[in-house]
Design a protein around this ligand. Structure first.
Ligand code: AMP
Ligand code: GLY
Length: 431
């Protein structure tokens, strides 16, 4: 079978790489792909203009299954389009993708279906928004309603920062239409975890748990980014919490969508805040939904898949996910993002990358913002690479990753040196 993966990030490189190992997959196309998918002899890179063009390509090439990586094509209705042409595609419809494409929709949905989340109100009028902030006090969180490529959330520690965020979004239109409506919500504390499942609309199959590092610098300092590294599993998600997350968040979401007349198919990602205390009673709240897998969480998750991923996706497309299973490598997988100069601001492009190792069973370099130019791999985006390794412990995975990272060179490279620190015992943490 021929498979098409839509997207250009590290997540898509990892998905395509894993799918290319299925004995039933003859060819994997990645559209538009990146320097890494162009280098890989098992993958083909497909440039495209419009989603219609991509559907034409899928029909012409007789693509058996399409898997969608990022949120933008989902929110634009790529699943609806492919299905209308009789093409099999794994992802949520445009209506279902609103769980990510509108924070206001997601919050109202969670209220309606009693899914635990932070208290909130939605505003389009800046005067009312400012008044609400004064009434609630700081810290407080301001979120653009629409898709803002990871730049739509301001965790304001002071009233000044909160008012400035409202002025930027509702007043100056800094995020365009995405910020013309804002959700203002209660500040939550605790530890975050990413919980990702596959859904066929009725049944869900949980993927391995993971944890992301959103801040740019070591010790979770500096500005928010799309994610500077991740690892799997996340030890905070014990079997008891796993059960609670399915029961309190995931199943009510899939069932709630169905009750609202929307069948949710595809990956579903719940970003969770887990409060302190005993597992049976600790606070468990949903920070956000994504209608796709996480980036960089996908990279370590894909490293741990031991069975045929295509089987699970086929079950999801047939409505038989209850019969599917994924066998996970027991080892820890850990991925470190190497970002370009000036990320998360406007990143510099064009720096030549050297020292890329050959693929290995226990260490892969997934590409994101790279391009292949006359045989040279160059930076062309904010998050450039995600070096991902397996190890018998978090520490061993870290050692393997950082050994590879230190051999890879490009001007202006930035990366965190402490990915995985929460999963280490205090005595093992790097100083
Ligand atoms: P989101 O895109 O909604 O996940 O927000 C991005 C990041 O902002 C999250 O990963 C959290 O670190 C932080 N965040 C979002 N909502 C809250 C909240 N209510 N309280 C504290 N931190 C939050
Ligand atoms: N790593 C967070 C996300 O993909 O949204």
């Amino acid at each position: 079978m021929k498979v098409l993966v839509i997207g250009s990030g590290g997540r898509e490189h990892a998905l395509a790489w894993r799918l290319s190992q299925s004995s039933r997959v003859q060819r994997v196309y990645v559209a538009p792909g990146n320097g890494g998918t162009a280098l890989d002899s098992l993958l083909d890179t497909v440039p495209y203009g419009s989603l219609e063009e991509l559907a034409d390509f899928a029909q012409r090439e007789d693509i058996g299954i399409t898997v969608v990586g990022p949120e933008a094509p989902l929110a634009a209705g790529v699943v609806d389009l492919f299905r209308s042409r009789g093409l099999k595609i794994f992802g949520p419809t445009k209506a279902a993708a609103q769980l990510e494409s509108s924070k206001d929709y997601a919050k109202a949905f969670m209220m309606r279906h009693k899914i635990p989340t932070a208290r909130y109100q939605t505003f389009t009028d800046p005067i009312q928004a400012h008044a609400y902030i004064d009434q609630e006090g700081a810290p407080i969180v301001i979120k653009a309603d629409g898709l803002a490529a990871g730049k739509g959330v301001v965790v304001a520690m002071t009233l000044d920062d909160a008012h400035a965020a409202v002025d930027a979004m509702l007043g100056d239109g800094s995020l365009g239409a995405a910020g013309a409506r804002v959700v203002i919500e209660e500040f939550l504390t605790g530890e975050e975890a990413s919980f990702i499942v596959m859904s066929d609309g009725r049944n869900v199959l949980a993927l391995a748990t993971s944890q992301d590092h959103k801040r740019l610098r070591d010790g979770d300092a500096g500005p928010n980014t799309g994610g500077m590294g991740a690892y799997s599993p996340a030890p905070i998600v014990t079997p008891e919490l796993h059960h609670r997350i399915l029961k309190e968040v995931i199943l009510p979401t899939v069932n709630g969508m169905a009750a609202d007349g929307i069948v949710y198919t595809g990956f579903l990602y719940a970003g969770l805040m887990i409060g302190p205390g005993e597992d049976a009673t600790r606070a468990l709240k949903t920070l956000e939904f994504n209608c796709r897998m996480g980036d960089p969480e996908t990279q370590p998750i894909m490293m741990r898949v031991k069975s045929d991923l295509l089987d699970a996706i086929e079950h999801a497309l047939s409505g038989t996910l209850d019969k599917a299973d994924i066998v996970w490598d027991r080892r820890t997988a850990l991925g470190v993002v190497m970002a370009a100069h000036n990320y998360p601001g406007t990143p510099r492009s064009g720096d030549a990358i050297t020292g890329l190792p050959a693929a290995a069973e226990d260490c892969m370099v997934f590409h994101a913002g790279t391009k292949l130019e006359n045989g040279v791999v160059r930076t062309c985006g904010g998050r450039v690479l995600c070096v991902t390794a397996l190890g018998d412990s978090v520490r061993m995975a870290q050692d393997r990753v950082y050994k590879t990272v230190s051999a890879i060179m490009f001007d202006g490279a930035q990366y965190r040196r402490d990915i995985g620190w929460r999963a280490l015992k205090p005595s093992q943490q790097r100083k």
